[in-house]
Design a protein around this ligand. Sequence first.
Ligand code: ADE
Length: 225
Amino acid sequence: MRIDILTCLPKLLDSPFSDSILKRAQEKGLAEVCVHDLRDFSNNKHKKVDDYAFGGGAGMVMTIQPIADCIAHLKEQRTYDAILYMTPDGEKFEQNTANELSLLQNIIILCGHYKGVDERIREKYIDREISIGDFVLSGGELAAAVVSDAIIRLIPGVLSDETSALTDSFQDGLLAPPVYTRPAEYQGMKVPEVLLSGHAKNIEEWRFQEAVRRTKKRRPDLLTE
Ligand code: ADE
């Protein structure tokens, strides 16, 4: 899978993709993440990518030209399955969204900044507008990193234990059960006996019951949907 991220602040995306699972996914050739600086596509002599909002008001608006030219440049090289726009007024990003997007080959993610992008970009180019939650970030970059991480870790072969993505919270509509590691006892705090028993069926049943208990307590909304 290839993800092209369009931003006017590319440095913000340096570190999320240069460590751990996302780095290894790229090294293994399972994912390719390309970050594009919209300023490189600006026809403005000062490489501006924003302008004042028509009608007035505080905040700048990202202009059409650099975004349109960057998208055209990318589309000349390959076809894209979807162009996403990160924005707090988009559909809420959930595990299901990540599952769906992880099946695509090539996607573009446009990061909004300032007051956002000229509405005509949204109308003409964007297939899906995505919010990572009901709060406002200073830009779409961190949101794009969150979405990319959630997608890439689902690509087969990215996680070393392939089944582990299936046991994540939300994959079966439940939160994940508690986990423990050595030592079996620490300052009087003991690991539940069943996990030390070696009895696979009992362990599976315990984990399921704990997942249900935790979900009822913390996220009852997940059980009623
Ligand atoms: N840009 C700013 N806030 C955002 C959010 N909550 N989700 C996605 N993109 C954003």
